[in-house]
Write a protein that binds this ligand. Sequence first.
Ligand SMILES: Cc1cc2nc3c(=O)[nH]c(=O)nc-3n(C[C@H](O)[C@H](O)[C@H](O)COP(=O)(O)OP(=O)(O)OC[C@H]3O[C@@H](n4cnc5c(N)ncnc54)[C@H](O)[C@@H]3O)c2cc1C
Length: 393
Amino acid sequence: MATAAAPTATPPMDAAEEQALLDAIQKWVDREVRPVVMHHDHNDIWPAELVAQMTDMGLFGATIGQEYGGLGLSAVTYAKIVALIASHWMAITGIFNSHLIMALAVERFGTPAQKAKWLPKFASGEIRGGLALTEPNAGTDLQAIRMTAVRDGDHYVVNGTKTWISNGIEGSCFALLVKTDPKAEPRYKGMSLLIAPRGPGFTVGKKFAKLGYKGIDSAELIFDNYRVPVDNLIGGIEGQGFFQATGGLELGRINVAARGVGLAEGALRLATAYAQVRETMGKPIAEHQAIQLYLGEMVTRARAARLLTFDAAEAYDRGERCDMQAGMAKYFASEAAVENSQTAMRIFGGYSYSKEYEIERYYRDAMLMCIGEGTNEMQRMIIARQWLKQNPA
Ligand SMILES: Cc1cc2nc3c(=O)[nH]c(=O)nc-3n(C[C@H](O)[C@H](O)[C@H](O)COP(=O)(O)OP(=O)(O)OC[C@H]3O[C@@H](n4cnc5c(N)ncnc54)[C@H](O)[C@@H]3O)c2cc1C
């Protein structure tokens, strides 16, 4: 099992620097994101102008080390940024997060030459991409992937299909999980991770029409005799791909937890405001006990989700193994996002169903948090296994 060590030793920001960064991002959200979110979400428009602004702010290098031109942010600062943006539009956090998980695989497991070649371009946003693991027949059971990479001189020839890949259309490079030895037993020993830039033989299949998570593109990627240099094998040794792909999931889970925190807090913010202006029986609904019970539950869930998430992020920043904390944070915060968005829908009554209000987006976006970066069924099993290991009979 890969350890949780953070890839760089960049010293964390002090509190004043961090607050200044968060204030700048809040201003950007208020000025640029909030005016366009409903239009982009309802029409499933990829937000080109916001992506350009996120590039200028350095978000595509947020967690990449400063020696490669990134911001080298700690997991804590990064999670605060993600929660803040997600509380207004969760989907755009996926555009830079999927990219950063690809970058993390290179930064943590790549050779010095691979880091020098790819990380500066990832950090600047010149090359953007994501993580391509899932296949039509293999999501949770990643070891069941069928995509093959067969050595041919100084290249691999890749064949197969990836599905549900975030940034699949707009991204130009992916960390691609393949089988370099499809017959290996155990199966993970035959898996490798390649840096796969777009090129001949690498095409987009279909763009998925989705319930939520609009704006960001989710696509099928087809590889048909796609040739990639052997130099693009992350770490330079075959058979490491399963651990390289899942080694970044701790930060990925902290990120999904932070998105859950954002959704849970955003739904709370909208419901709190609405409950104080909507009147029935001659008073704001916030004064009815039934609505107070809802708000009491929501604020408690949002707070608990935040505390669990930052508990995991702090452990990650200390370089500790934190798969259990990250799993608990991801599980709890994503369920909090679902429950708070549903409860907010109840508080909004009939207007929750109207596209003129924002709360329906939270309801559509929240469920994804229970699925991505390891389903919540798997999270609970991972938590339980760790717990049992720590507490033998
Ligand atoms: C919008 C969106 C974006 C995505 N982005 C990406 C991306 O960028 N890159 C990428 O690689 N993938 C991506 N995915 C895919 C995602 O990671 C998978 O959907 C997820 O891992 C679940 O896999 P599955 O859909 O095949 O479900 P399955 O694995 O078929 O699971 C179905 C159900 O069975 C349960 N289950 C499965 N196995 C077990 C078990 N052993 N024990 C108990 N329960 C089990 C699951 O928890 C789930 O409830 C994305 C998906 C979506 C919807």
